[in-house]
Ligand binder design. Sequence first.
Ligand SMILES: Nc1ncnc2c1ncn2[C@@H]1O[C@H](COP(=O)(O)OP(=O)(O)OP(=O)(O)O)[C@@H](O)[C@H]1O
Ligand SMILES: [Mg+2]
Length: 275
Amino acid sequence: MIEFDRVAKRFPDGTEAVREITLTVPSRRTTVLVGSSGSGKTTLLRMVNRMVEPSSGQVRIDDEDVATLNPVTLRRRIGYVLQGGGLLPHRRVLDNIVTVLRLNGVRRRSAEERGLELMDTVGLDRALARRYPGQLSGGQQQRVGVARALAVDPNILLMDEPFGAVDPIVRTDLQNELLRLQSTLDKTVLFVTHDIEEAFILGDQVVILKPGGVIAQQGTPAEILADPADDFVATFIGAERGQRALRVEDHNGTQVVVDGRGRPAGVLAEGVPRQ
Ligand SMILES: Nc1ncnc2c1ncn2[C@@H]1O[C@H](COP(=O)(O)OP(=O)(O)OP(=O)(O)O)[C@@H](O)[C@H]1O
Ligand SMILES: [Mg+2]
């Protein structure tokens, strides 16, 4: 469990990135931070592995104040997928994946064996192991980033817009892959995105941030959809425009569900038989 306890961040130039946030990120679940550009998502995420130190307040992992932990040790046991990939361009794919394992003292052979297994895990062809990041597609690079973050088998996975730079189809692929991975790996995932659709697909818990680093609402996707806390949230999730409002139309006896724009969303199944 990760706890943000009244954390705030004001950068030296006076920018108030996070105002005062208290938030619990439960273990073995996916929590998604979502909000527009500059709302403090990356700043909040980086407080967990001490790449940003809060100006006030405390971040705890399983009741331990991270400020008391060695930052280097901390970062080597937390998986971090950086915004924009953050792969080392002059290192081959496999070397990128196993860098932290090697830093942790794992011998080259076993590190590389583990690296190749991780390539399988994230759906990357092992034939790509000797390529450089620049020789991969955007989606493949994102997968390398995820494999690298998983390398030390961390309990916590921080993911900062990991699927930002790819087309919608690859993005859907990567999202499904993460859902599949999460059902077997059981990590505590803190995921950042500015895309509310992605937040609702991936998040067990969704936290919507407003400009200035303030929580507008937190809850399950269903709770937020059912009861947006204010106009900001309603606009952000598109509820106000009625795009998400569904209704049922009868087409020759089949119940077709259509969205606010009249586009079919699916067909209502027959009722579940009583026991
Ligand atoms: N090192 C820094 N010094 C000064 N201001 C900073 C620094 N890092 C971030 N900020 C500012 O803090 C605010 C929050 O930035 P942050 O990167 O956390 O936003 P974000 O929600 O991740 O945005 P994006 O969606 O664009 O990645 C922004 O106004 C940003 O300009
Ligand atoms: Mg960011």
